[in-house]
Design a protein around this ligand. Structure first.
Ligand code: FMN
Length: 549
């Protein structure tokens, strides 16, 4: 018997190697299929055959919480946990928002955005003592706005030491990497993680509109999470695309509830081996033409969870409460802009407010992110009233500003702005017309040039990923969450945003003078005044339902 002398690959090395090989370069895009046939797109909807289906009511449009109150949860009376309120939570986070039609093509849009509209994220509801909903695990099928009952659990009345158990709810998120890899090849794992960040943001905003709190359950291991969501049930997934668990979110209607017991509670309530399971997952793509083994590798290398990190909080003045629009209408009308009016200049107040919303305050949606901010946007500002066009930075934590300064070009000016709110850490780096370079950096996409501003999201990368490769996922989730705030804030300001996953990584790094992997850009974004394509028809999200909006 021979033994290999090769050292076992270190998960941190695998993860960093994956990141490097999936960079888009000016001379060569990351490996992906050479040809694409849209008729071969995998089914965008996972469903389970052979289980009980529960049709949820469509009630979100009637929710009258105003958007500004999602940032002031004490202004929203918490809705009681019920089938109707769970339904609103799902509809306003992961439900369909419209169908679109252009010629013979018809496609669904959802409240959560997704790279290429491919939607790799799946959601599971775990409910305990919610009136009219049996205790157990449900898969959410956005196409029909219904729950598929995957597992029935015994009642929770036998739980000792808790008095009468109150209604509780958790949402589990998983990814079907193939749905994204089918089109984007090796880079797809990154997009799946960004989409999880958006889904997390979408859930947090929807929960806030119901007056609820939400928290990531981060003391749960990958194996436990897989079992809890039933993703390890080989016979239910045999021959079909696997789902990779990502995170569990505890939702609570009672702001005073002690969240610290969520971890142990979820285990006591849901013992997967004791439940009654039903349902078989559908096959999404019967004709897979490619394989991308590095996705499975990086997925394995980044399993795990956080070593508890102490949040180093900074206190900011309360966010000004602007606007009267209803939260549901902002959320249901959120769309990605495909073209921008390249003459439009946005107001400075809207711009500063949007950036203010990116700071980590202990209110929605950032109260879900109980970690030190590790993502720091750098801006290409084109047309914002009272601001010189140029490159800017927003270090989201004071401790990072100095490190960032050492990592970026020595000729940057590092000026604070007189007209910006004093607490906003927005820094001018270089006045310059950066429209053309912004377009080049984002894979030559005109949306990065014609908007009012576009940005890259710099992550504190090398040390973090080395010390805990799971945090490669976590950094993308934070970037996705930032993107989600920008999407909804742009909508609230009468503008529109678009996430940008396609960018030339090192072109951006070189432009800003970065010579190491200390910081890496994980996501780009752009905001401006949208031009809409009138040829595309908009149809209702749930046309066959009599209760649709
Ligand atoms: C992670 C991510 C990356 C994206 N990258 C791009 C991009 O590079 N270019 C683009 O035009 N749109 C991009 N989008 C926008 C999606 O195409 C859009 O979200 C999707 O088509 C669904 O449309 P909707 O956002 O209007 O619901 C991205 C979205 C996300 C969430």
């Amino acid at each position: 018997m021979t033994h290999s002398t090769e050292p076992a690959a270190d998960p941190g090395e695998i993860t960093r190697a994956y990141h490097t090989r999936t960079k888009h370069r000016l001379e060569r895009y990351a490996a992906s299929p050479e040809t694409l046939d849209w008729d071969m797109q995998p089914n965008p909807f996972r469903e389970f055959e052979g289980c009980v289906h529960i049709t949820l009511p469509l009630a979100a449009a009637q929710l009258d919480t105003s958007f500004r109150h999602v940032y002031a949860t004490d202004r929203v009376r918490p809705a009681a946990l019920s089938m109707a309120s769970v339904s609103i939570l799902m509809e306003l986070s992961l439900g369909l928002s419209a169908w679109k039609q252009y010629g013979p093509d018809r496609w669904a849009l959802r409240c959560n955005p997704s790279s290429g509209n491919l939607h790799p994220t799946e959601a599971y509801v775990l409910s305990s003592r919610v009136p009219s909903l049996e205790d157990g695990l449900y898969h959410y099928l956005s196409r029909d706005h219904k729950l598929e009952q995957r597992c029935r659990h015994a009642g929770t009345s036998d739980i000792v030491g808790h008095g009468t158990p109150s209604a509780r709810l958790w949402i589990g998120l998983s990814s079907i990497h193939w749905r994204e890899a089918w089109k984007y090849g090796e880079r797809a794992f990154r997009y799946c993680q960004l989409d999880i960040g958006h889904a997390l943001g979408a859930l947090r905003y929807a929960a806030a509109a119901l007056g609820w709190t939400a928290r990531i359950v981060d003391q749960i291991g990958c194996a436990e999470l897989t079992a809890l969501m039933g993703l390890d049930r080989a016979e239910d997934f045999s021959g079909v695309e696997a789902e990779e668990p990502d995170l569990l979110l505890a939702i609570d209607p009672d702001p005073l509830i002690n969240h610290s017991d969520s971890e142990s509670y979820v285990h006591r309530v849901f013992e997967p081996t004791a439940g009654q399971w039903a349902g078989r997952a559908n096959l999404l793509d019967p004709h897979k033409l490619y394989r991308w083994p590095v996705i499975d590798q990086v997925s394995r290398a980044t399993r795990g969870g956080p070593a508890r990190e102490q949040l180093d909080p900074v206190s900011y003045p309360p966010l000004p409460q602007i606007g009267e629009a209803r939260a549901a209408s902002i959320i249901l009308n959120r769309r990605s802009a495909q073209h921008f009016d390249n003459k439009f200049t946005m107001g400075a107040d809207s711009f500063f407010h949007m950036l203010d919303c990116l700071l980590n305050r202990p209110i929605a949606p950032w109260d879900v992110w109980t970690y030190t901010p590790r993502i720091h946007p750098i801006f290409f500002i084109h047309r914002v009233e009272g601001l010189e066009a140029g490159l800017y930075a927003l270090p989201r934590h004071p401790a990072v500003a100095r490190v960032l300064r050492d990592a970026l070009r020595p000729d940057f000016v590092w000026q604070t702005l007189e007209n910006a709110p004093a607490h906003l850490p927005l820094i001018k780096l270089m006045p310059v017309d950066c429209r053309s370079i912004a377009r080049t950096v984002s894979c030559h996409q005109a949306i990065a040039r014609d908007s009012c501003f576009s940005l890259g999201m710099l992550a504190e990368f090398e040390d973090i990923v080395k010390s805990n490769p799971w945090r490669y996922r976590q950094l993308h989730w934070e970037a996705g969450l930032l993107g989600h705030v920008l999407y909804l804030e742009a909508e609230a300001a009468g503008l529109r945003g678009t996430g940008i996953g396609c960018y030339f990584d090192d072109v951006l790094h070189d432009l800003f003078g970065m010579k190491s992997e200390r910081f890496q850009s994980l996501y780009h974004f752009t905001v401006g005044y949208p031009l809409t394509d009138e040829r595309i028809t908009t149809l209702p999200a749930y046309p066959s339902r009599s209760d649709h909006h």
